[in-house]
Design a protein around this ligand. Structure first.
Ligand code: AMP
Ligand code: GLY
Length: 421
């Protein structure tokens, strides 16, 4: 089969490497891919948000199946547009991708169907939001309604910071139209768990759980990033919690989307917090997580393409989704300065024998060399029988990969190691 993967980050690289293990895969195009993905797929310079360009490419190149990985094209209706031209896809249609595209939608969905989440209020007027903050409990959690590159959530410990966040979103339009409506919600406490799940709208099959490390610096300090590392499985996600999540969160969410006439097919990401009152949903994403995918898919033993086709064809119930019992750790190597400004264009050298577990994100090819081209440059994943060993191997690999101004967290997995003991 000719496969097209939309997107160009570490997540897409992990998807592509896993798809390549499938005997059915003949050719993979990545739109746009990146300089590192180019070793595993044919990269074509069509942006992930260029829906017309993607559809045109798929039709002209006899693409048999498309995997739409990032949030933007999903929310923009990339799957709908491809399906209209007869290209089957992995990923939700726009009317279901709204579960990530609008926080107001997802909060109302959870409230209507009794799915546990933080208490919240919705505001469309800045003055009303500011007035509410006069007496709201602190810290206040303020979220822009729409997509905001993962930066649309502010946790404000004081009233001043909370008000400033509202001014930024609704007054200065820092996130454009995404901030025209906001959600202010209750602050929840507890360990966070990411669970990605395959679903065809009838059956839900959760993948192995994982733990992201969102802050830029060691000890969970510094600014929020797209994720600086991940481990899987997440030790806080016990069998008991998994059972509770299936009953109270996963199955009700699938049923709720069906009841709303928005069946969800694809990978549904549950961002969970294990509070003292049980697991609650922090957020839904309509896609694979990044960098969660870089630890989850290396542990998948079943054929990824077969699972994806089963999701599209609504026969997931009869398809095996098996994970190894091993542990995986991914350490992200970033450009110094990220998530702020940073220099790029430095040559990246990766010993050949490591390439299997290296997932490129911010990489380009210049004069035949792979060079840095983004904040998060690549992720290195290793698997082993214990988390300790997976981490040791991942950090040994990191030491052997070189580019100028490389920066990475030294404490990925430390919390998980302590929790697991
Ligand atoms: P999100 O973009 O929704 O994933 O939010 C980013 C991060 O903000 C989450 O991973 C949590 O760490 C944190 N967060 C979001 N909502 C809450 C909440 N209600 N209480 C505490 N932390 C939150
Ligand atoms: N790692 C968080 C996300 O993919 O949104």
């Amino acid at each position: 089969m000719n496969i097209l993967v939309v997107g160009g980050g570490g997540r897409e690289h992990a998807i592509i490497k896993k798809l390549k293990e499938s005997p059915k895969v003949q050719k993979i195009y990545a739109l746009p891919g990146n300089g590192g993905i180019a070793a595993d797929a044919e990269c074509v310079d069509i942006g992930a948000k260029d829906i017309a360009g993607i559809v045109d490419f798929a039709v002209k190149n006899a693409v048999d199946y498309a995997v739409v990985a990032p949030d933007d094209p999903l929310v923009l209706g990339c799957v709908d547009a491809l399906e209209e031209k007869g290209v089957p896809c992995f990923g939700p249609r726009a009317n279901a991708a709204i579960i990530e595209g609008s926080k107001v939608f997802s909060k109302r969905l959870m409230q209507k169907y009794g799915i546990p989440t933080a208490k919240y209020e919705v505001f469309t007027e800045k003055e009303k939001a500011l007035e509410y903050l006069e007496t709201a409990p602190l810290p206040a959690v303020i979220k822009a309604d729409g997509l905001a590159l993962g930066k649309g959530v502010i946790i404000a410990p004081t009233r001043e910071e909370a008000k400033k966040a509202v001014e930024d979103m609704m007054g200065a339009h820092r996130f454009g139209a995404s901030g025209d409506r906001i959600v202010i919600e209750e602050f929840l406490e507890g360990p966070e768990v990411s669970v990605l799940a395959f679903t065809d709208g009838k059956t839900v099959k959760p993948m192995v759980s994982s733990m992201d490390h969102k802050r830029a610096l060691d000890g969970d300090k510094g600014l929020n990033t797209g994720g600086m590392g991940t481990v899987a499985p997440n030790p806080y996600y016990t069998n008991e919690i998994a059972k509770e999540c299936t009953e109270k969160i996963y199955l009700p969410t699938i049923a709720a989307m069906n009841a709303e006439g928005r069946p969800f097919k694809g990978c549904l990401y549950f961002g969970l917090m294990i509070t003292k009152d049980g697991p609650k949903v922090i957020e839904y994403n309509c896609r694979f997580g990044d960098p969660e995918t870089q630890v989850v898919l290396p542990l998948l033993e079943s054929d990824l393409l077969e699972i994806m086709l089963a999701v599209t064809e609504e026969r997931l119930a009869g398809t095996e989704v098996r994970f190894s019992e091993k542990h995986a750790a991914c350490v992200i190597m970033a450009s110094k300065g990220y998530p702020g400004s940073y220099e790029k264009g430095f040559e990246i050298t990766v010993p050949d024998e490591l390439r299997g577990g290296v997932y490129f994100a911010g990489a380009a090819i210049k004069d035949g060399k792979t060079v840095t081209a983004g904040g998060r440059v690549l992720g290195v994943t290793e698997t082993a029988d214990s988390l300790e060993e997976a981490l040791r191997r991942a950090y040994t690999d990191v030491e052997r990969i070189r580019f100028e101004n490389a920066f990475y967290r030294k404490d990925i997995g430390q919390r998980a190691l302590k929790a697991g003991k």
